[in-house]
Design a protein around this ligand. Structure first.
Ligand code: PLP
Length: 336
């Protein structure tokens, strides 16, 4: 392995030594297979290629001051991936085996876990795809589960830099109405055009509204949304947002830090009453928002251009637990 400049890493793909795979054939999952190849052989009629039978997830491992490696809340990712599998009629990968595979792939690539203090971490990407051939629109009978890892840099290289996001009322993700939101490639494909449009206009992300009425806030592309007002942590409740594990953890921390937690529908206009606004997800943990432009209505909502004090407090506590700087009272961390 060439020396990696940990400080220069971005959120990109870097080859590591091994990935772990498991095949579903004849109605059952096989053994975990350790693999050094970066490619997969796939039937040209595989359902993942034609009918979007593809789900993924994402989590991270961190190196602590003590040199130990900590994986954050992998049981939650295991269960969320099962729910994604159900949503697009794929066979579920068992939770225990998911955790065994994640542990194994991190162990095998241990020297790719960035050093403590670099701000970098090891990103873990589980993937589940339909590999069986079908021409009719039907679920596959064969599946592949795999997990690879790649080291990624800190989301913010020089501390928090609040970003701008926009609302584009003409765009939806293909979230299945009323059946919940899943971490599946199809929804991401449906969001690419809006994402590119937003980036071209200088925005970091799109803030989606509920697809039915365009009245309530949903979430930001690949991250949930939350806001702070008068010691309350306020985050949307909706069946067309993905249940973020970061958000779930922040809700717990906010409550334990003495804040009131409100999980409810949030009307767009309420944005003007918030003291702080932010995106949250595995990549950044928290990305504070400085401004939200509702482009079709020509309306802007501005927040402090500096990161708000509550976002900073939540972030520091979250980060400390992930890295093992403070005890983990919740059992969120698996130490290898
Ligand atoms: C992954 C994802 C998130 C963030 O979830 P985390 O578990 O916090 O990483 C939010 N929204 C969508 C659509 C996602 O795919």
């Amino acid at each position: 392995m060439d020396a990696i400049n940990w400080g220069e890493l971005s959120f990109g793909y870097i080859k590591t030594d091994y990935n772990v795979r498991c095949y579903y054939r004849d109605g059952k999952w096989g053994e975990l297979i350790v693999c050094a190849s970066e490619t997969i052989g796939l039937h040209m009629a595989a359902t993942s290629l034609h009918y979007g039978q593809e789900a993924f997830d994402g989590l991270k491992a961190f190196r602590g001051k003590d040199g130990k490696v900590r994986i954050f809340r992998m049981d939650e990712n295991a269960r969320r991936m099962q729910s994604s599998a159900q949503g697009i009629c794929m066979v579920e990968f068992p939770e225990e085996r998911f955790m065994e595979a994640v542990r194994k792939v991190v162990e095998l690539n241990r020297h790719f876990v960035p050093p403590y203090g670099s701000g970098a971490s090891l990103y873990i990407r589980p993937l589940l795809i339909g590999t069986g051939a079908q021409v009719g629109v039907r679920p596959a009978e064969e599946y592949l589960f795999l997990v690879f890892v790649t080291p990624v840099g800190p989301y913010f290289k020089e501390g928090f830099q609040p970003t701008k996001v926009c609302i584009l009322r003409g765009y939806d993700r293909a979230a299945p109405h009323g059946t919940g939101m899943y971490k599946v490639g199809g929804n991401y494909a449906a969001s690419l055009q809006a994402g590119i449009l937003a980036h071209d206009k200088g925005y970091a992300a799109v803030l989606y509204l509920d697809p039915r009425e365009k009245k309530y806030l949903d979430e930001c592309g690949p991250a949930n949304f939350f806001a702070i007002r008068e010691n309350s942590y306020i985050t949307p409740k909706s069946d067309s947002i993905l249940p973020s594990i970061t958000n779930k953890s922040l809700i717990q921390l906010a409550g334990d830090m003495g804040m009131k937690v409100e999980r409810r529908p949030i009307e767009v206009e309420e944005l003007s009453t918030f003291e702080e606004a932010a995106e949250c997800g595995t990549a950044a943990v928290i990305a504070p928002i400085a401004r939200i432009d509702d482009l079709d209505l020509n309306k802007s909502y501005t927040f402090s251009p500096a990161p708000g004090p509550t976002c900073v407090r939540l972030y520091e506590r979250f980060r400390a637990i992930q890295h093992g700087d403070v005890p983990d009272p919740y059992g969120w961390v698996t130490v290898l």
